[in-house]
Design a protein around this ligand. Structure first.
Ligand code: C2E
Ligand code: MG
Ligand code: MG
Ligand code: MG
Length: 284
């Protein structure tokens, strides 16, 4: 084929496509094996209250110890797992492992922290999410009131009525619901009112330029006002600098998460930080 089309450029292009297709197949097989061989791990990023300065939660973030590749972040493998459906068993593992870890911490006498777990849109659509969450809670004995499920706006957008009924089912279990990456999707205003959510997580893209971009400042302020007028907590993601922190405090934001306080941590490091009661500095 490449020959009849003539020229090296064409055959190079085709072999490049072949190579990428081959890599995707290898990646899918490795992902499947990775799940069976327990190569996935969770790192935990602190969520900190701006009222007390203390760690009040952990977000479980998935990592893959892929042999020969080091520790991969979700951006490098989740898109494919979403495409081929492997996200469903992977995320089921995440939910269970995060609940089990949080329960171990509680049993060990660690100051209480809520555990936040990201749910995938695919999982939400294909699976009986309520059943999966119920099983994770029952098998681990973790307190449902301390579990926080993070959903993106996409989940809520697709079929609003179906989504609302799933969310009500989840709320019946006693868990908390957060909307992740808030402000990056559509029709944010109406669903905050219509869905039983407990928290908005302001997307890090708005936090990044908080001090320099007046429209980002206005958006952050509007989200905080919206949340509070509807009795919903607001957390700012991706806080990296003391200036961003100061501004978010001034705006009345409830919680923050970001490299300024801590990166996502291995479980023992996270536990150590909570045990030492590492806290935010008092500003001003
Ligand atoms: P997310 O849920 O919005 O998580 C926040 C992401 O921002 C994480 O990236 C975190 O490491 C990163 N981050 C935290 N603080 C900062 C900061 O100060 N600056 C910057 N630049 N980044 C910060 P990560 O761990 O690579 O995860 C990326 C995304 O992958 C997550 O975004 C989430 O959507 C998804 N994800 C992670 N774990 C899971 C999982 O178990 N299941 C599912 N379905 N999705 C997951
Ligand atoms: Mg999240
Ligand atoms: Mg987010
Ligand atoms: Mg994000």
């Amino acid at each position: 084929r490449a020959k009849s089309a003539g020229g090296d450029a064409v055959s190079f292009f085709e072999s490049d496509m072949d190579r990428r297709a081959r890599e995707a197949i290898v990646l899918a097989a490795d992902l499947r094996a990775g799940l069976a061989r327990e190569q996935f791990v969770l790192h935990y990023q602190p969520q900190v209250s701006l009222r007390t300065g203390q760690v009040v939660g952990a977000e479980a973030l998935l990592r893959w110890q892929r042999p020969g590749w080091g520790l991969l972040r979700p951006g490098e493998f989740l898109p494919l797992a979403e495409e081929n459906g492997l996200i469903v068993p992977i995320n089921q593992w995440v939910l269970r492992e995060a609940c089990a870890q949080a329960k171990r911490w509680a049993d060990a006498g660690l100051p209480p922290v809520r555990m936040a777990v990201n749910l995938s849109p695919i999982q939400f659509r294909r699976q009986d999410v309520r059943q999966v969450v119920t099983e994770a809670l029952e098998e681990t004995g973790f307190d449902p009131n301390m579990l926080d499920l993070e959903l993106t706006e996409g989940i809520l957008m697709e079929d609003a009525e179906a989504a609302a009924s799933v969310l009500r089912d989840l709320k019946d279990l006693g868990v908390r619901l957060s909307i992740d990456d808030f402000g990056t999707g559509y029709s944010s205003l109406s669903y905050v009112k219509n869905f039983p959510v407990d928290r908005l997580k302001i997307d890090q893209s708005f936090v990044r330029n908080l001090r320099t971009d007046p429209s980002d400042t206005a958006i952050v302020r509007a989200i905080i006002t919206l949340g509070h007028s509807l009795n919903v907590d607001v957390l700012a993601e991706g806080v990296e600098t003391v200036e961003q922190l100061a501004q978010l405090m001034a705006e009345g934001c409830d919680e923050i998460q970001g490299y300024y306080f801590s990166q996502p941590l291995e479980p023992d490091v996270f536990a150590g930080l909570v045990r030492r009661r590492k806290s935010l500095p008092r500003l001003g």
